[in-house]
Design a binder for this molecule. Structure first.
Ligand SMILES: *Cc1c(COP(=O)(O)O)cnc(C)c1O
Length: 341
């Protein structure tokens, strides 16, 4: 298969239309067979449920080329099951998990020419999503839904190495107790836009959200989970029912324990203890781990000993091991890597 002639090294994180996308429709109480199609545009009624009441959920994962030339995806079964959880919380019919994994493979295969070559640092970003499509004016769940997956090549998240970022403690809340913070719904992002634009305007890269009930515990950022490293090399991540369960973070905690032999803890993390940690990172599919050098709480700075020049040593090891597993240099735990072709 001939690769597209794209400038793999210099791509940003933006949408590029590729050849094929997957579409399945839910109508009269069941999903149809689904198919790959060419048309990147969606025509829907002006009163579609998603447009009026934001009934939509999504996922994000990547396909990449391994050192030995295979195209693979990383733990797509976890995206499938998380999307089921998201759909249920928004009263949407779950898309079957086995069909989700199969549809991801179909989209990657059909767009194999867009999967960046090994070593470029670029990847194929895959976006499954689902939304209410029939007219809904009285507030209720839609009766008809569309499930889609498109793929778009994206550049290396960090050009020229991962520089630590500066984040601020947000005055806004991301998630409420018993709300929707633990599911991947577009609505969680719509209401976070003002907070991130405000953070950027104030010179910060990201927001650290505290728990909205007590404002004493660390939750996550707008789109990534936290890991912290203690001065005695323990890897700690916040436990909370309002955090989105990041697949990257869950994988990192496994790698820390089973590959690096580190002690791991998933527990309440009080903001008061952040100043005592040695390293801090943000975990998500886009960057894998983005190192945090500084946290600013209303003018009060917490500077991690790892500094503003490079990742902390434990964060770096976690990053190298997980990306090594993804790229095929390090043997993966059973079931983590799905070979597409
Ligand atoms: C998607 C997402 C993450 C990261 O999850 P991954 O599965 O690692 O990509 C973290 N926080 C929020 C709020 C998210 O939506």
């Amino acid at each position: 298969m001939e690769k597209k002639n794209l400038d793999w090294e210099n791509m940003g994180f933006s949408y590029m239309q590729t050849d094929k996308r997957y579409v399945a429709n839910y109508k009269d109480g069941k999903w149809d067979d689904g198919a790959l199609i060419d048309d990147a545009n969606i025509v829907m009624n002006e009163c579609a449920g998603v447009l009026q009441y934001s009934q939509s959920v999504f996922e994000g994962l990547k396909a990449y080329t391994t050192e030995d030339g295979h195209i693979v995806t990383f733990r797509p079964d976890l995206n499938a099951s998380r999307m089921v959880d998201s759909a249920k919380r928004l009263e949407m019919p779950p898309f079957p998990e086995d069909r989700f994994v199969d549809a991801v493979a179909q989209v990657v295969k059909a767009n194999a020419a867009y999967v960046p070559p090994y070593g470029s640092g670029a990847t194929l970003y895959i976006r499954p999503y689902m939304f209410g499509i029939n007219p809904v004016i009285g507030v209720k769940p839609a009766d008809e839904y569309q499930f889609r997956i498109f793929a778009t090549p994206v550049g290396p998240y960090f050009k020229g190495g991962a520089k630590p970022i500066t984040i601020c403690v947000s005055d806004f809340d991301r998630a409420a107790p018993h709300g929707t913070g633990h599911i991947k719904a577009g609505l969680n992002y719509a209401m976070s836009l003002h907070a991130i634009v405000t953070a950027h305007a104030n010179g910060f890269d990201e927001n650290m959200y505290l728990d909205s009930a007590t404002r004493t515990k660390v939750e996550e950022t707008g789109g990534a989970n936290f890991i912290f490293v203690t001065k005695d090399n323990k890897v700690v991540t916040p436990h909370s029912s309002t955090i989105l369960p990041s697949i990257t973070r869950r994988s990192i905690m496994y790698v820390a324990e089973h590959y690096l032999g580190l002690e791991v803890e998933e527990r309440d993390v009080y903001f008061d203890e952040v100043k005592d940690f040695a390293e801090c990172g943000l975990c998500g599919t886009a960057a894998v781990i983005s190192p945090v050098g500084k946290v600013v709480d209303h003018g009060k700075e917490i500077c991690f000993p790892s500094g503003m020049e490079k990742m902390g040593p434990v964060t770096q090891k976690l990053y190298d091991t997980l990306t090594g597993i993804q790229m095929g240099h390090i043997e993966a735990p059973e079931g983590w890597i799905k070979v597409i072709e």
